[in-house]
Design a protein around this ligand. Structure first.
Ligand SMILES: [Zn+2]
Length: 356
């Protein structure tokens, strides 16, 4: 998988290639987001870029599927890339939820290894964005049985004990890592506690609430946003809430801001999360409006705000703003105290807006 083929995630692709180019590769990363949004595809593209022997850098931006210029990508041609394109690289180990199917003789020892062919076929068929439900259909197994179990843990330990074929990283990608059973989770934890510099663990997770916090704290979290334009819940009063919030952040009136924060605090966690998604998307759109002259895909219901606010979002602050929201959404998912979370986020946004 090359980054150029992942629709609408160029900004995150750029962050990932930068991390590798700067030699800041963390031995364990958690790609958090829907598979349909490209979380698995990004993890595989990341491993492919890391292993590519002829990385491409684009001075003027490479071919991308959205309005952000792609800064770099794997070549797609070198021997390593060719193996990645077929998902047959000997140093790439894939684990995913699985279960025995009826015709199997030795059902108790079933593992991801038994379905490598089917999984590859599934990934290629859906361009690595097929949902876990589609995977269950593909295998014709019951949802409730599918887990990543002891036999996978044993396989992984074996795979990691071998020297790498290509003399580079040994890469483990665990798709739907929230489906790991206790044994597998403990093996992962042990691997993370005693990291081997030549081992890269990439966990692809849709629901972080089901992950052990001891695992999460040992990984670098890469939050994969929903694709631009994907249908998402927008509360009726979100635009108005947003406009009020942003105006207060300019003036930084502590009294009205804390009233606003209290109102957010009173909402359900799901509503808080949806609002944060909405607000993050709004900033992204304002940036595109300001930077690329694209029309706003949303109406804030306030003519003056529609016109003036996008000019505040520039190349100097969009990344800081994005990061602040990534972390806030992650914190909401982890049950952080909402009052503190929204207050802290408010200060970060206010600071970033002043550095446009
Ligand atoms: Zn290559």
């Amino acid at each position: 998988m090359q980054f150029k083929d992942i629709v609408g995630q160029t900004a995150i692709a750029n962050r990932l290639t930068e991390i590798i180019d700067q030699g800041r590769v963390s031995h364990a990363q958690m790609f958090l987001g829907d598979t349909a949004s490209g979380s698995l595809a990004l993890a595989i593209a990341y491993a492919q870029y890391l292993s590519c022997t002829n990385r491409q850098h684009f001075d003027n931006g490479g071919q991308a599927t959205d309005n952000v210029a792609l800064r770099a990508d794997s070549c797609g041609q070198c021997p390593s890339c060719r193996k990645f394109q077929q998902l047959s690289h000997p140093d790439l180990h894939l684990y995913f939820p699985n279960a025995a199917i009826e015709k199997m003789k030795n059902a108790s020892n079933v593992s991801s290894a038994d379905y490598q062919g089917e999984f590859r076929e599934f990934l290629l068929k859906h361009n690595q964005t097929g949902s876990v439900e589609l995977w269950y259909q593909h295998l014709d197994i019951e949802k409730k049985q599918a887990i990543i179990r002891d036999s996978d843990a044993n396989d992984m330990v074996r795979a990691l004990s071998l020297t790498s074929y290509e003399g580079n990283y040994k890469m483990v990608v665990i798709w739907m890592a929230e489906k790991m059973n206790g044994t597998m989770a403990n093996k992962i934890l042990k691997t993370l506690e005693e990291p081997n510099p030549q081992t890269l663990i990439l966990l692809v997770v849709e629901n972080s609430e089901r992950m052990l916090s001891t695992i999460i704290s040992r990984t670098q979290v890469v939050r994969v946003p929903d694709r631009k334009g994907a249908a998402r819940f927008v509360g009726e009063d979100f635009p108005q809430l947003y406009v009020t919030w942003m105006r207060q952040l300019f003036k930084l009136n502590m009294y009205t801001l804390s009233q606003w924060v209290d109102a957010m605090h009173a909402r359900t966690r799901e509503q808080q999360k949806q609002f944060l998604y909405f607000a993050q998307d709004a900033l992204r759109q304002c940036f595109l409006r300001n930077n690329a002259g694209l029309p706003l895909n949303m109406d804030f219901g306030d003519e003056k705000f529609n016109l003036s606010f996008p000019t505040m979002i520039t190349a100097n602050n969009i990344e800081k703003l994005n990061d602040a929201f990534d972390q806030a959404i992650f914190a909401v998912e982890r049950n952080a105290y909402a009052k503190m979370l929204f207050m802290e986020l408010s200060f970060r946004i206010s600071k970033a807006l002043k550095k446009r």
